[in-house]
Design a protein around this ligand. Sequence first.
Ligand code: SF4
Length: 287
Amino acid sequence: VLDWYEAQGRPLAFRTTSDPWAILVSEVMAQQTQAARAAEAWSRFMAAYGTPAILAAASPAAVLRSWRGLGYNRRALALQRAAAVIVAEHGGQVPADLAALERLPGIGPYSARAVAALAFGRRVGAVDTNVRRVLGRAFFDEPPAPAPLKALADELVPPRRPGVWTHALMDIGATVCRIRNPRCEACPLRTTCLYAAGARPTAKARRVTHPRGAAKPPSGFRTTSRWLRGRILDRLRDTDDGAWLAFTDPIGDHGIDAVHTALGTMARDGLVELRPGSQAEARLPAG
Ligand code: SF4
């Protein structure tokens, strides 16, 4: 697996750093965004917010502007809150302790484990959807329960180069062990994989399940409130600091009532500020 990664791994920009803060930022960005797109945004973001202290001191409006193109914008505000905790409780340094990482806002068990392995060389397995699929297919007769899967993921991490292992499993899941039509012939696990050997009775049926995930929005995406919220935020990103913008027209297929409802929920999430007494005028939060 490690050799396969050296030859076939994706050369993503954020894989060149060993700075724990830069790695933590990359993990938050890659949670729900295609890795190549996250890598592009990561370079810009790190140029602006190279330390937790710089991000913690920034205005939420500026942070949301820097998050353009990544989607799931609440992650930007959670990352800023994580930066504030790192400054207040950890002297401005990303903690190496797994429990402390998991307590950071917006950092779930997967991201905490990925940061622990990638930034601090800890032997912990990071299990996201892709890794769950790889290990589940390779080592289990049936789709595994979370506890045995996690135990196996930990056990498999090699004592040397745990970060490389983490990247390798991610890449096998993303590029080889695809949801539909896995490319077993190109996979370093093929000689021992139960799924490739046909051991799992449901293997064939599972090969034709439909893909899901953030990389390819489902058809009809433009009709979702997530699409609408993204467009509202994009318009606000183009305004000057502190300027109010009136939303008085439909956006796409969404009528004006839906636009105002979206503004209300975005205000509750802290993504926008509504002008007092108005449901139609908004600006990026000043902080
Ligand atoms: S051999 Fe095939 S099914 Fe098994 S882990 Fe590799 S790509 Fe997935």
